[in-house]
Design a protein around this ligand. Structure first.
Ligand code: ADP
Length: 433
């Protein structure tokens, strides 16, 4: 028997007993009036509790339940339990949803959830940036009304999503995206976007590099081939002097190829990104004296070369890489400074503990528009002059890489016809006394 049935039974028995007692002792009208009164009060009590329940049901779900009277106490307690369980479930669900949305936001790729009509249901911050969309304004809009590139519309409407689509979105100029649609559930789909701008740039660089290297090797090889053919065809008729002349030219071209291969190997070793092979305290007096001697040998007495300001300082780094970087700067100064020019090799310490190695010349100088591109591989201001002086076009690329591995920066200042200064600035933690 449930509490309501018990309550009705008790009230009925109570009313019956009271009615009978009153009837026997007094009269039937009083007995009937009391019984009806009791039943009326009982009904009123239920109506009151029922009204409280109805009022509670109209309130928001988190409103606490009123406490009930009599049998309603049990009903309210049961409802209370249910409401608490539902609230707990709701909390768990919203925590799980929040976690899911946070994970979606943290994804490095762009994610857009589309409904069956390709309308946007949700998108993460990366997708907003990639596709130039706004979650607030564009949710609910069809993606094809927002991204109007014909390739994209054809891709999304064709429904063939095995291959990704390469897109250069108008809303995000300069960016290359790889887009992929993944259908799921009831006609919904995920639109995933990945930024491949860097990858594309690298691919273009790789292609240019291969083309440049092939071109750089092809020219001397053609020359070598030409001279070797001449030698082969005309050897019996050629004088010893002529043969020597051709062989010298062949030798020059072979050396040019060798220099190129050596520079390529140096650059590739630097570009592997691994830390410098052995870090040591390199004595600058010794290193710079070596570099200056090398410059004097290359100059063959044609320039005035000075070395200033090295008083026992040391640099923490790889001796080979530092020598290669400084050697390239000095050799450039010699090669691009006409005879009788002056070259100054200097080491200076700044007040903040950093150190700068600089090579100044009063040679040809460089026009300012070339300066930002000088450290690119194979970039030359004057191709002919670079080749004549034995340049490979890789010297400054090597310098830049070697310096970057030592957290140093290369600064270039130059004026056409007046000369140039190349400065390698090392951070304080690399400079020792
Ligand atoms: P290269 O082997 O051609 O010298 P680098 O990478 O060392 O290649 O230098 C790139 C270009 O920068 C050179 O071709 C040259 O035009 C210019 N350059 C470098 N150093 C100097 C300098 N000291 N004076 C004038 N031009 C320079």
């Amino acid at each position: 028997m449930n509490p309501f049935q018990l309550e009705v039974l008790l009230v009925a028995v109570g009313a019956l007993i009271a009615g009978m007692a009153l009837w026997l002792r007094y009269d039937s009208v009083l007995a009937l009036a009391v019984v009806l009164g009791m039943l009326f009060l009982f009904g009123l009590h239920h109506l009151h509790q029922f009204t409280r329940l109805m009022r509670w049901l109209e309130q928001p779900p988190e409103t606490p339940l009123p406490t009930g009277g009599g049998a309603w106490e049990v009903v309210f307690a049961a409802l209370h339990r249910r409401a608490r369980l539902a609230a707990e479930e709701r909390n768990q669900l919203s925590t799980a949803l929040e976690r899911f949305l946070l994970a979606g936001q943290a994804l490095p790729d762009g994610v857009v959830i589309l409904d069956g009509h390709h309308a946007i249901e949700w998108l993460n911050a990366t997708a907003e940036t990639h596709l130039g969309l706004s979650r607030e304004q564009d949710t609910g809009s069809r993606i094809t009304n927002l991204l109007r590139e014909p390739d994209f519309i054809v891709y999304i409407e064709a429904g063939q999503y095995a291959e990704p689509l390469l897109l250069h979105p108008v809303r995000n100029p300069g960016c290359s995206l790889s887009l992929k649609v993944v259908p799921y559930g009831d006609a919904r789909s995920l639109l995933l976007s990945r930024d491949i701008t860097q990858l594309e740039k690298l691919e273009t660089m790789r292609r240019d590099f291969v083309a440049n290297v092939s071109h750089e090797l092809k020219t001397p090889l053609t020359v070598v081939n030409g001279f070797v053919e001449t030698l082969l065809d005309g050897l019996p008729e050629l004088s010893g002097e002529e043969a020597k002349h051709y062989l010298t030219l062949v030798h020059e071209q072979a050396q040019r190829m060798q220099r190129l291969i050596e520079d390529l190997l140096t650059l590739s070793a630097l570009e592997t990104g691994r830390p410098a092979p052995s870090e040591e305290c390199v004595a600058l007096d010794e290193l710079l004296a070596e570099v200056a001697d090398e410059a004097r040998a290359l100059s063959g007495g044609r320039h005035k070369i000075d070395l200033v300001g090295v008083a026992g300082d040391k640099l923490l780094g790889s001796r080979n890489e530092l020598r290669s970087a400084l050697g390239n700067l000095v050799s450039n100064a010699v090669r691009y400074t006409p005879e009788a020019g002056a070259i100054r090799i200097a080491w200076e310490r700044a007040a903040d503990g950093s150190g700068a190695f600089s090579v100044s010349d009063n040679g040809l100088g460089i026009e300012s528009q070339h300066l930002p591109r000088l450290t690119e591989r194979f970039y030359r201001v004057d191709r002919g002059r670079s080749r004549e002086s034995g340049g490979t076009g890789l010297g400054l690329a090597i310098v830049k890489h070697a310096l970057t591995r030592h957290q140093a920066v290369l600064e270039i200042s130059s004026e056409l016809g007046r000369g140039s200064t190349f400065t390698a600035r090392f951070p304080p933690q690399r400079v020792k006394q």
